[in-house]
Design a protein around this ligand. Structure first.
Ligand SMILES: Nc1ncnc2c1ncn2[C@@H]1O[C@H](COP(=O)(O)OP(=O)(O)OP(=O)(O)O)[C@@H](O)[C@H]1O
Length: 317
């Protein structure tokens, strides 16, 4: 089936005061209809840069210097004006980090959700309120709460409201950037279950972004592990969980406790040198290829659907 989103060879640079920081480099992945795809990696590895590029929300000093983004076959980077506005929220919607704090404190939940329908679908206020009530029910909140102000709701409820707003116009793809990071573990689990239910009911695809590998493996079907702006491993979640093939994926998996299964010892993340011309991980791979100290290996397919940026074979150290 044709992918919903296709990102090919994307490079984003942040240029200011004669300095260039590479936010993302040679990033390629595709998300199928109804698929949940995750981008994992520590802070600063480029996850939000990619999400913002896909949403066309990058602003100077960010610049896309290479690559291509296609949504249902259309060139996203060429969209402008009304087309771009219709693309955002109707085709793709995004739940940002700490989005629950972005609700307007002086408007009720009903007014804020209702605004989406009066603005985008030109519904009457009454019809918009009814639709807002249905949406609240969809995310497990009593429609009575339409009259509440954001401060009268818990953090978890506010996050549900934000998710409801994101899916209000039935987008084909929902981007979620650390949607539960600010919540405690119990509420986090409830929200994750809610997201899964919503996704099953409405059938949208998800680009899920988090540094938390336990959550990532739990929700996503396929995962791209990022380090220093690049995808270093791309695999089905189960395969990645069973046996990470890149040293960084392995370190990231070992840095988080599994949500299910036996306990295992956790280890901290090591910091590989971030250079543009050598792979900082070569000391962790078998020593049969020495050129990795001079080159960053490209992603290569080592099994069907499984890609890794290693030029060496064999088990990791
Ligand atoms: N406005 C900016 N100006 C300069 N550099 C930036 C800017 N925004 C991001 N970067 C750099 O781009 C790289 C990728 O950052 P990005 O925010 O995409 O990472 P991230 O994985 O989403 O991290 P986090 O989870 O902390 O948001 C980092 O080196 C970051 O310092």
């Amino acid at each position: 089936m044709d992918p919903v989103l296709e990102v090919r060879n994307l490079r984003v640079e942040y240029r200011s005061d004669g300095r260039t920081v590479v936010g993302a480099d040679r990033v390629s992945f595709a998300i199928g209809p109804g698929e949940i795809f995750g981008l994992a990696g520590e802070s600063g590895c480029g996850k939000s840069t990619i999400a913002n590029a896909v949403m066309r929300l990058l602003k100077p000093p960010a610049q896309i210097t290479a690559g291509d983004i296609r949504f249902q076959g259309r060139d996203v980077l060429a969209l402008a004006g009304g087309e771009l506005r219709a693309f955002r929220w109707r085709q793709i919607a995004m739940v940002f980090q700490s989005a629950m704090n972005s609700l307007n404190p002086v408007l009720t939940i009903g007014e804020q959700i209702g605004d989406i329908f009066t603005t985008h679908e030109k519904l009457s206020r009454r019809a918009a309120r009814d639709r807002a009530g249905e949406l609240l029910e969809l995310v497990g909140i009593d429609p009575e709460r339409l009259k509440a102000y954001p401060h009268q709701l818990s953090g978890g409820m506010r996050q549900r409201v934000v998710i409801a707003m994101a899916v209000a116009l039935h987008p084909r793809l929902l981007i979620m950037d650390e949607p539960t990071t600010a919540l405690d573990v119990v509420v986090q689990q409830e929200i994750m279950a809610q997201i899964r239910d919503l996704q099953r009911e409405l059938g949208f695809s998800i680009l899920f972004i988090t540094h938390d590998m336990s959550l990532m493996v739990e929700l996503s079907q396929r995962i791209g592990v990022m380090y220093g702006g690049r995808i270093v491993e791309l695999a089905a979640a189960d395969d990645l969980f069973a046996k990470p093939l890149h040293p960084y994926s392995e370190a990231l998996m070992n840095a988080f406790p599994p949500l299910t299964g036996p306990r295992r010892e956790l280890t901290g993340l090591f910091d590989a040198p971030r250079t543009t011309d050598s792979c900082g991980f070569h000391i962790r791979c078998p020593p049969d290829r020495s050129d990795c100290s001079m080159n960053i290996p490209d992603l290569r397919e080592v099994a069907p659907g499984r890609w890794v940026a290693r030029s060496t074979e064999g088990d990791l150290r």
